[in-house]
Design a protein around this ligand. Structure first.
Ligand SMILES: NC(=O)c1ccc[n+]([C@@H]2O[C@H](COP(=O)([O-])OP(=O)(O)OC[C@H]3O[C@@H](n4cnc5c(N)ncnc54)[C@H](O)[C@@H]3O)[C@@H](O)[C@H]2O)c1
Length: 445
């Protein structure tokens, strides 16, 4: 089955969710572009947007229309040639409107799983629940006559496990988009033990057409992205716990968030990132990974405790950040949670005390924004980390330990055969997490 044929009837399951909606948008555009090619004139392209929530599906269609409009405006010139034989479409506005209608017409919102029975390709982005994913895949597989391919967006469950339990005979591949899929460049591709090579080849071509950067990962729980992130988070959490003999809970969170953001020159501190992903999501991913890690413990009592107090992080439906370890106002961190008082302590109340105790900061420190796109960033990082290495202060000690742990995590991912190469680990952190430098580097040698 060639590329266009495989994409003629597709279903996205969990289409109204954070990841599903992005995958749906990208796939709808790719399918529409194929449908508009002269050779596909007589083919019908169908993209089922399947979700259990009717309400979310109507919101999804509005989101889809708005996003396709944006995409169409960006490629108006290209669309002119696509619609060259349509003499009834005169100005750009008409062409753009026609294109938006053509893309949206492909998409069929539905709450019925049966709609997937006719699909040759299924993208799955329901919640990270192994049993639910297996149940849905088995059901589709047993009722379909199409021997469909399953592309799962799981961020931690081994692909071979799903394959075996749902009895898919190798017709499953991890195609792990990053959040939000429409913007994030990275796609991790995870081949299970029995995954058929055809699924990998197709996913590579599909990702290339979507202008994504593909990094292959071995089929090990958490893969590269969460393999690094979850351990990095555990490091930050344990360091914050250790600080509590001298600092309050809120101060400890503030300090480790500052070290991991400012001193490590990252786009977000570790607690802000945990809040962004969702404290509950992080705890859950750790619990999925933990049984596969006999020699380490990816469990945090602190996450259990903070969740038990009702604090979860994650996003509101308008995309704004919910409070978690940190409290946000207009996207800015304004307070840190104190688990003992179950309230937020304004950062302004303890910031200078904490910053003073962190001590001397290297003069060559720069904010992430100033370096991330800088063509000379490698030199800047060399200079900064050399200075950090020579700096004697509490903050510098915490930062060096953090950077070295991050490097160790990266190296272990290669040693433990999760990542194929050191470069793959760095690419995942640079593209999927927007770091300005890869964790595997020699800056601190
Ligand atoms: N959010 C992220 O940052 C992120 C990044 C990469 C991968 N992932 C993975 O993507 C998957 C989805 O995560 P998300 O954050 O988009 O979740 P989400 O909760 O935003 O979306 C899940 C969607 O699935 C729907 N759903 C639930 N049960 C269903 C069922 N039985 N049939 C059809 N639809 C159903 C829900 O209504 C919801 O719309 C998970 O496996 C997650 O690990 C998430």
């Amino acid at each position: 089955m060639e590329y266009s044929e495989r994409l003629q009837n597709v279903t996205v399951i969990g289409a109204a969710g954070k990841m599903g909606s992005g995958i749906l948008l990208l796939t709808a555009i790719e399918m529409a572009d194929l449908s508009l090619k002269p050779e596909n004139k007589n083919r019908q392209f169908i993209l089922n947007a399947m979700d259990v929530s009717d309400e979310a599906l109507s919101g999804l269609m509005k989101y889809l229309r708005a996003q396709v409009l944006k995409a169409a405006e960006k490629k108006a010139v290209q669309l002119r040639s696509v619609y060259a034989d349509r003499t009834d479409l005169i100005d750009n506005e008409e062409i753009i409107r026609e294109y938006v209608n053509d893309v949206v017409a492909i998409v069929r919102p539905t709450t019925l799983i049966e709609s997937a029975y006719n699909s040759t390709l299924i993208f799955e982005a329901i919640k990270e629940d192994p049993a639910l994913k297996v149940k849905i895949f088995s059901q589709i597989n047993q009722n379909s006559t199409k021997s469909p391919w399953f592309y799962t967006n799981t961020s931690s469950i081994p692909i071979s496990k799903i394959d075996k339990e749902a009895n898919l005979g190798g017709r499953i591949l991890g195609v792990h988009f990053y959040n939000p899929p429409a913007i994030q460049k990275l796609v991790e591709i995870i081949k299970g033990e029995n995954t058929l090579q055809e699924l990998v080849d197709f996913a590579n071509l599909y990702s290339k057409n979507l202008r994504k950067i593909v990094v292959p990962s071995h089929d090990f729980a958490g893969f590269i992205g969460n393999g690094h992130f979850m351990r990095d988070a555990i490091h930050g959490i344990r360091e914050a716990e250790a600080l509590q003999s001298k600092y309050s809970f809120a101060e400890s969170i503030y300090i480790m968030n500052k070290i991991s953001q400012d001193y490590l020159i990252r786009p977000m501190g570790i607690f802000q990132l945990i809040d962004y992903v969702g404290i509950d999501v992080c705890q859950y991913i750790m619990s999925v990974m933990n049984p596969y890690l006999p020699n380490e413990d990816l469990h945090s009592d602190l996450l259990d405790k903070i969740l038990a107090s009702g604090v979860r992080g994650g996003q509101n439906s308008d995309g704004s950040q919910k409070d978690g370890f940190l409290k946000y106002e207009k996207g800015k961190v304004v307070a840190a949670y104190d688990i003992n008082t179950k309230s937020y302590a304004p950062i302004a109340e303890f910031q200078s005390k904490c910053d003073d105790s962190l001590g001397k900061v290297p003069a060559s420190i720069l904010p992430w924004k100033a370096v991330v796109g800088n063509p000379k960033k490698d030199d800047l990082f060399k200079a900064y980390f050399t200075e950090l290495n020579q700096t004697v202060s509490f903050g510098a000690e915490l930062a060096k330990k953090y950077a070295l742990r991050s490097r160790e995590i990266g190296l272990n991912l290669v040693k433990d055969k999760v990542a194929f190469t050191e470069n793959d680990v760095n690419t995942v952190l640079l593209t999927g997490f927007f770091h300005a430098y890869g964790p595997i580097n020699n800056y601190l040698d």
